[in-house]
Design a protein around this ligand. Structure first.
Ligand code: PLP
Length: 443
């Protein structure tokens, strides 16, 4: 982007000046619509989510055996929904502002197999591909007990095929571990910011880890190129994959069931606000889609990004989507938040979901570390920095009068509301690494 165009852009969108100054910003999109109005733009529906859910059920008997940590949930990969009242008090003190609603956390950080939200989309896409290959070869049918996939003949079969993905870490972990377990030959193309322990863990699982000195965008492009040269190779496209997106979307109905079990009501008088850390957008976008389909117009989703990587805010706010990157504004895309160091958002997710997302905000790495320490002290829950991005959300929502008035939410409705912070990663961070994170907080 040349200087002239950038001048025009900042004239049209003055908020970009704050983004460029790396200030924390909040933007509530005034152009959001109802679910009915927004759904046609998504291009996916209830039936697609249902198909994904059924596919995961077919694989459950296999997963329960292949990954003993999923035995308790009968092979269903799902996380807990917990109250965090002590953290709510800590947040109120930290921001010197009250929070009226209830504060809860969805612990995707502790999902089995790969310890992050990527255990939803990443694993689902590998399973979808494996099922397709096995169906085509006449080795498997829908009515089979899928635990037969553990037999050596299946590993031999999948060995002929390879899978490749570009990742900042967590997606690579999910796809690498799942693919290797099934027997695939798998390559994970890792960006410079990927943690050494994640690379090591993948290598222990027999995954081919390719390292780059550049960021996520380059790792993805290289992975894509390599895969194109090999017809037996399947490239998992984090930027455009509808399959990944659908894997995430199953969370909506699962959360609805958890809300029912805990007798938490979501309706007009009891709104639900959900705060999702956003990288390229597939994870939070897919989850938000599932939530909208499950709870309708009474769920309000917000995306949270690092001040150094506000790609989705930039894309949606300007309407340029994947035609603009944070680097075009001179923003460096350097952040300690694993999974969020993405300079260019998914064009598919932004265009599909922009009408159904209430808002976007950014936060500094320092604030993520600070909140990381506070959460550990208040609730003894340990997360990786990116997973704290959702935490300031309730403050932004409750104290934005314009937004609250537009939604028609008064103080008493706010008292009946639920704020859900989506904790996206951290469950598998080694103790030493966690000690280093905690040391960066001044708690
Ligand atoms: C990947 C990731 C996200 C965001 O998901 P995207 O699909 O990249 O938007 C958030 N938090 C963590 C910990 C992640 O690994």
């Amino acid at each position: 982007m040349n200087e002239l165009n950038l001048n025009n852009l900042t004239n049209d969108f003055p908020l970009l000046n704050k983004l460029m100054a790396l200030e924390e910003v909040v933007w509530f999109n005034p152009n959001v619509t109802t679910l009915d109005q927004g759904l046609p733009y998504v291009g996916l529906d209830d039936k697609d989510i249902h198909d994904a859910s059924l596919r995961l059920q077919r694989f459950a008997p296999y997963l329960a055996k292949a990954f003993p940590e999923t035995q308790l949930s009968n092979g269903i990969i799902e996380s807990n929904l917990v109250d965090i009242p002590t953290m709510k008090t800590a947040l109120e003190a930290y921001y010197q502002l009250p929070i009226k609603g209830r504060l809860m956390m969805k612990k995707d950080s502790h999902l089995p197999i790969s310890g992050s939200i990527k255990a939803r989309g990443g694993i689902y896409e590998v399973l979808t591909h494996a099922e397709k290959l096995a169906f085509e070869a006449g080795l498997l049918s829908e009515s089979d007990d899928y635990s037969k996939l553990l037999e050596p003949e299946f590993r031999e079969f999948f060995k002929q095929y390879s899978i490749a993905v570009g990742s900042t870490g967590n997606l690579g972990m999910s796809i690498g571990i799942m693919s290797a377990k099934l027997g695939f030959t798998v390559s994970v193309h890792m960006s410079a910011d990927a943690r050494a322990w994640k690379k090591n863990k993948l290598r222990e699982h027999g995954v081919n880890v390719v390292e780059y000195e550049q960021d996520y965008g380059v790792a993805v492009e290289q992975g894509r190129k390599e895969a194109e040269q090999d017809p037996s190779c399947f490239f998992i496209d984090d930027e455009n994959s509808k399959t990944l997106f659908l894997g995430y979307s199953v969370a909506g109905d699962r959360l609805k069931q958890q809300f029912e079990q805990q007798q938490i009501v979501v309706d007009k008088a009891h709104p639900l606000f959900v705060y999702l850390p956003c990288g390229v957008g597939g994870g939070p976008g897919g989850v938000a889609f599932g939530l909208k389909m499950a709870f309708g117009d009474h769920v309000h989703c917000l995306f949270a990004e690092p001040t150094h990587s506000p790609c989705m805010l930039l894309g949606v706010h300007t309407g340029l989507h994947d035609e603009i990157a944070v680097q075009d504004l001179g923003i460096d895309n350097l952040t300690a938040a694993d999974g969020l160091a993405v300079g260019r958002a998914s064009g598919f997710v932004g265009r599909a979901m922009e009408r159904l997302l209430d808002g976007y905000y950014t936060l500094t790495d320092e604030r993520m570390y600070q909140l990381l320490g506070q959460l550990n002290q208040a609730e003894a829950i340990k997360l990786e920095p990116s997973a704290l991005a959702g935490m300031p959300g309730p403050i932004h929502v409750e104290h934005n009068t314009e937004y609250m008035t537009r939604l028609g939410i008064d103080d008493s409705t706010l008292s009946n509301s639920t704020h859900l912070v989506w904790a996206t990663g951290g469950g598998m961070v080694p103790e030493q690494e966690m000690a280093m994170y905690l040391a960066k907080s001044s708690i």
